[in-house]
Write a protein that binds this ligand. Sequence first.
Ligand code: HEC
Ligand code: HEC
Length: 464
Amino acid sequence: MRGGRIIQGLGVSLIAGCAALGVVLAQEVQKSSYSPVVITEPFEKTVARMKASKAEVMKRQMDLLEERYDLSNRPAPGVTMSRGKPVQEGVRVKLPPGMTWEKLASMSPDEIKEKGLWPKGFLPLPHPNHAEGGMVFPKFVIDAIKKQEERDLTRFDLDFDLPDHFLPEFPAPIYLTTRPDLGDVSRGQLVTINNYYELFNGILNPKQLEGLRLLVTPFPQQQFNQTEDRRSEKPSRGVACFDCHANGHTNAATHLVGDIRPQEFRHRIDTPSLRGVNVQRLFGSQRALKSVEDFTEFEQRAAYFDGDPVIATKKGVNILERGSQVHFMAEFQALLDFPPAPKLNIYGKLDPSKATPEELRGQEIFFGKAQCGVCHPAPYYTDNMMHNLRTERFYKPQMVNGRMAVADGPIKTFTLRGIKDSPPYLHDGRLLTLEDTVEFFNLVQGLRLTEQEKKDLVAFLRAL
Ligand code: HEC
Ligand code: HEC
């Protein structure tokens, strides 16, 4: 960005950046809710310009991650996701110099805010290039789809940022509410348009099979389409729902939320798992749409989280028919079950004959002293509501790599069933481990948990 100018993907503002000084000045030259429809720069120039600044953009983001987190690969001994990928252990958010978690927990929100002591990793996480935004896929996802479909989801302007060991296992197992007897029906494969039929014919009914076909069919979308307003070098056939919700779960593909303007206020969003949507009542971290059908229909119409039906039309919008397509897709999504949790009984609580003393103590704290259960009640560990955690009590508004960190507002209470399978955590993926989430809530709720209580809580979360 040095000495350069970037016209944002959403045409919201023009940024003149001076990365050498670490200062980014944002000047609003033209206020608009719309993305530019007519691109005047020749495509080859856009590619050359953005490729030239890619290294600097990614360095800025990786520096931020290093500053915030301990990114080392440290698996928790003996703890794995459902198909065996190691779960990372330990608190990864770094403390301000001279601080301990105990000291921090003994301070009031005002004091933490005044002294600037809120750990940086607890601030909203920006997109790898927040001013530009758009969908970004981890490299292992890009490789797998290229191999199966010869479809390339590489962006020429940026890469995914978080290290693979903090991401969900891939491909994830698939459990069906209708056929629990089968266990994982993915057979270890990534479900795509090339193999869905062979994998599911004879297991699903024809309606569900057609729903699944649509979920794995790519359609032109924001950064992946045939126009000059794309971020793939070659014209792209587009993106499928399961490119992000891989195997009905998540591969941590990221994006910006569509509901907010201007660009710097938009939240980064981590793809949520679709496991257990059948028992949920609100969809989207902020929008609180009331059905899976609504979510399915709107994602494609409004340019995938950019909330912009104008630009979606230019790129080749796919209008799904509610009665026969949306409904079928939603019906398949409703079959996606949580992974088995063998230690839980029919009430979703620990079976004392199977759980460890540590896990049982963790359950006590979860429903007792820590009051997690108020918002995350058993059996599904969500109250199907939104809550405002008011994290802005702890920090002053500030720009972080093009992201304006202010109040998050009310956010969906995500379910905690199968939670060890879906790092990173919170709607923007700002927390890398379950230990991080416990330190976060310890401060947000003012709990003053002991070291042992924190350990017990993590043990319980891993059993869910
Ligand atoms: C680019 C990646 C990506 C693609 C492609 C994608 N999604 Fe999503 N999906 C997300 C993200 C990110 C969210 C979270 C949105 C939010 O926080 O508002 C989400 C949320 C959802 C939700 C709500 C989940 C919840 O827990 O609230 C549903 C349902 C859903 N998507 C279904 C679909 C369907 C159906 C398609 C295809 C039409 C699709 N998604 C395509 C990334 C994606
Ligand atoms: C006042 C309601 C409330 C309480 C109390 C609460 N949570 Fe949450 N929890 C939420 C909300 C809302 C989110 C989503 C926040 C976000 O994404 O920014 C969340 C998210 C989480 C997540 C991440 C989920 C995901 O899919 O990324 C974990 C883990 C979690 N909570 C654990 C806990 C634990 C452990 C406690 C108790 C120490 C607790 N929560 C107490 C409301 C609550």
